[in-house]
Design a protein around this ligand. Sequence first.
Ligand code: WT7
Length: 642
Amino acid sequence: MSEIAEQKVFSPPEEFKKNANVKSEEVYEEGKDYIKFWEKRAEEMIEWFKKWDKVLEVDEPYYKWFINGKLNASYNCLDRWIEKGKGDKIAYIWEGEDGEVRKYTYKQLYEEVNKFANALKSMGVKKGDIVSIYLPMIPELPIAMLACARIGAPHSVVFAGFSAEAFRQRVEDAGSKYVITCDGYYRRGKVLDHKSKTDSGIEGLDIKKVIVVKRAGNEINMKEGRDVWWHELMKDQPAECEPEEMDAEDLLFLMYTSGTTGKPKGVMHTTGGYMVGVATTMKWVFDVKEDDVYWCTADIGWITGHSYIVYGPLANGITSIIYEGAPDYPNKDRWWEIIEKYKVTILYTAPTAIRLAMKWGEEWIEKHDLSSLRLLGSVGEPINPEAWLWYYKVIGKERCPIVDTWWMTETGMHIIAPLPGVTKLKPGSATFPFPGIQAEVRDENGVCKPGEKGDLVITTPWPSMLRGLYNAHEKYVEEYWSKYGFGKFFTGDGAIIDEDGYFWLLGRLGDVLNVAGHRLGTAEVESALVSHEAVAESAVVGVPDEIKGQVPFAYVVLKQGFEPSEELKKELIKHVSTVIGPTARPADILFVEDLPKTRSGKIMRRILRNIAEGKEEVGDVTTLRNPEIVEDIKKAMTERKL
Ligand code: WT7
């Protein structure tokens, strides 16, 4: 560990420090009284229709913030900037993959949102109805989200790249009666037919209305009485819709994420605390100012996009970029071209994208003037020091601090992250908990010593924390509060704190993988595999991948009457992609006779992980019911490689 601690430390550049939103370490001191700290932020960052009576109410393991406070998220993102005379400021610059550009001022975005809010009402959507949104990266996605927020209908956005089956599961679990989708969209120049995917996802479900955005103009089916075109619905809607007065604890949205079982969990975020958390971290961690052009490359379909493309940036009244397409279309310099074109000042992306850019080579970057950049961000997985240094040198030209932000769907906002005008950075470390938040690294024996590896646990409540899992109380308790008890939020990530107090995140522990910054349960992939007629049983483990960080590797036991073959392997990989989505595709499949199991029948994944990684020492096999299988699997693995 000491070698990590001894690595070079990067202090904030003087110029940066001088102008930073947060200039002094005193905020950490202030954060020690976290109730007061967050109350102050709630006053500063958000406009309330009615002030709260109390900051925090605890009924373990449930937490409520800003009791009886009333507000509206869309009002905080739109109306207040117009009232402050900033209506003509650009909120979003959207660039389509095909080069089409649309710009929205705060006033124009406000009008679209208000019209769509009225449109939703005209379709019968009421306060409290959960609306499922299945849209790609087009402006109608944030417009739909904000319109839902305006009328108090929680949204549940499902990443457009997810399969029909994955969409179905999420619509069903949320009990949505309303769906917003599109005809098709562009990916690497091709039109993807999104409407048929939507249709097959909701087949047989009780859906009242499907609103369809026309994006690609591809031929689609519209179901009489159920499906309505967005543009037709919008035609005569008034551009004013009174924002609903929402309670701080009213549900703002659901975001489904992977857990340890095959079923996704609906993480609940409420209005008041979430807005305070994302607005504050946006301002402090990304140091956003009036004239910044900020670009987060994530998809709005994930929590990163919700917090740091939609609610965080808009609640700070800044200008953001939204890009529809792939980083390598038409060429591998598309991103750098966008940065040059719009003079992007803050770039927030994922280590997997950075490693891909490293692989593609610097010639793509050298073609462009990136001198507008002043701050870089990273999220989604641990960033290896090599990628950090490359990002710092090649993209940031050694001028831009890097904020490595650790957080998760459940936290809603950054939890461990630097303050770029204050924190001395160590490449590969997300540094310290945000002011007002305390975290520790522990195991069953207590808090770990510096340099010792353990579980990352958050020990103070924070305003944008999840308020539970939708219709799954027991699961909520079990996943987050059972390992260390109430008051100690179990994150599922491994971590080390070094001698200087820096946090080093080590990735997910156990049964959850992180593939290119996307969370994926091994159980999800396994259940997709066994849903194929040829598969009797399967075990999926994560193996390291140079670009994506981790990829799934599957062991498959076939049913009687099926023979291993290259074709079957391909078919199974494709099957997983159809059932879950392309991110879940196993990198490879090994057909085996049996899986190593304990006497109680539990699959020993540790052994399988070691074999998949090509390790000689696979670990203790003495507790296995079938130890002989280990040698067989090892042999099959070696032969596979030949
Ligand atoms: C998991 C959460 C919230 C961001 C998008 C992913 C990993 C996230 C970092 C980071 C190391 C990170 C963790 C976490 N992760 N950011 N800066 N350093 N690991 O959200 O799908 O809820 O996944 O992403 O393992 O648990 P998510």
